[in-house]
Ligand binder design. Structure first.
Ligand SMILES: [Zn+2]
Length: 257
C-alpha cells in the first residue's frame, strides 16, 4: 500500500475541503479492500449520493469516509458529520453505512480505521447548534460523531501510525464484531455501554463488584431503567454468549479480547 495521495489530481483547486475530499477518496479507490468480506477493491458511489461514499460489489456493504488532517488517530475525539436528523434516522432504522475514519498529514495517510455500523447508537451523536441567520444554510443542524464513546472493540485499525495491519487480521476482527449485531437499537445501546465498562477495567480478570461500580454511570444513561444491576448481569451473559468474555467462577469473569 502506497500511503501517499496523488496530488496531481488537484492542480488548480483552491478549496481546502474539496482538495481533501478528492485526494482521500481517490486514495481509497486505489488502495482500499473491503474490510467486511476481503474483496480487493471498493467502488465509489456517484458524487453527492446522500447514503454513502463507497460500496463493495461482492458483499454489498456501504461505507462512508470521514477524514481529518491530524498526526494521531482521532479515536478519543469527535468528528463532524452531516445533518443531525438524517443521522439519527439512519441509526435508529439500522440503515447507516460502516464508517472509515482517516487521518493524514503532508498528503500521506497516518491512520485509517473502520467502525462497523452496528457500533452506532444515538448516544454517540452530538447535535451541533443550528447555523446562524447569516449562513447560506441558516438553521441547518449538523452533528458530531463522538468517536471516544464507541467501545475500542469497534475501532478496527487498517493503518496505524503509518504501518499497515495485516488484511486477514482486519477481516477477522470485523467478523468477530458481527456477533454484537442486534436487531433493536435499545438493546444495542445496553450491550455497547456494558462492553465499554468492561473495556475500562484494566485487568483481563474482573468480578461483578467491579462492574457494579458503573451502576450510577449507566443509570444516568438509562434513566428509565430501575434494574441496572440486573441489566449489567444480563449483558455480561450476552457478552459471554457472543465470545467476548468467559465466566470463570461465580461472579468472576475473564476478557477474551
Ligand atoms: Zn465486501
Amino acid at each position: 500500500m502506497d500511503l501517499h495521495f496523488n496530488q496531481s489530481l488537484v492542480l488548480g483547486y483552491h478549496s481546502g475541503s474539496q482538495i481533501s475530499r478528492v485526494l482521500t477518496e481517490d486514495w481509497m479507490e486505489r488502495n482500499m479492500f473491503c474490510p467486511v468480506c476481503g474483496a480487493p477493491v471498493l467502488e465509489h458511489y456517484e458524487a453527492n449520493k446522500p447514503v454513502a461514499d463507497f460500496f463493495c460489489d461482492d458483499c454489498k456493504s456501504d461505507f462512508e469516509l470521514k477524514s481529518k488532517e491530524s498526526k494521531t488517530a482521532v479515536i478519543g475525539h469527535k468528528i463532524a458529520d452531516g445533518a443531525y436528523g438524517t443521522m439519527i434516522e439512519r441509526i435508529t432504522s439500522l440503515r447507516n453505512p460502516h464508517l472509515f475514519v482517516m487521518t493524514y498529514t503532508n498528503w500521506t495517510v497516518n491512520n485509517l480505521l473502520i467502525i462497523p455500523k452496528f457500533f452506532f447508537v444515538p448516544d454517540i451523536i452530538e447535535k451541533r447548534p443550528p447555523l446562524k441567520e447569516t449562513a447560506r444554510r441558516a438553521g441547518w443542524v449538523g452533528c458530531n460523531i463522538e468517536i471516544g464513546n464507541i467501545p475500542d472493540s469497534g475501532k478496527i485499525f487498517i493503518i496505524r501510525n503509518s504501518q499497515q495491519e495485516d488484511k486477514s487480521k482486519v477481516v477477522d476482527l470485523y467478523q468477530r464484531t458481527l456477533n454484537l449485531r442486534t436487531s433493536k437499537i435499545d438493546s444495542r445501546g445496553w450491550l455497547l455501554d456494558v462492553l465499554r465498562c468492561v473495556e475500562k477495567i484494566p485487568n483481563k480478570e474482573f468480578c461483578l463488584d467491579e462492574m457494579y461500580a458503573f451502576t450510577d454511570e449507566l443509570q444516568q444513561k438509562h434513566p428509565d431503567n430501575n434494574f441496572v444491576p440486573d441489566k449489567i448481569r444480563q449483558q455480561l451473559q450476552y457478552l459471554r454468549d457472543k465470545g467476548f468474555i468467559k465466566f470463570t467462577s461465580r461472579g468472576h469473569y475473564q476478557k477474551l479480547f
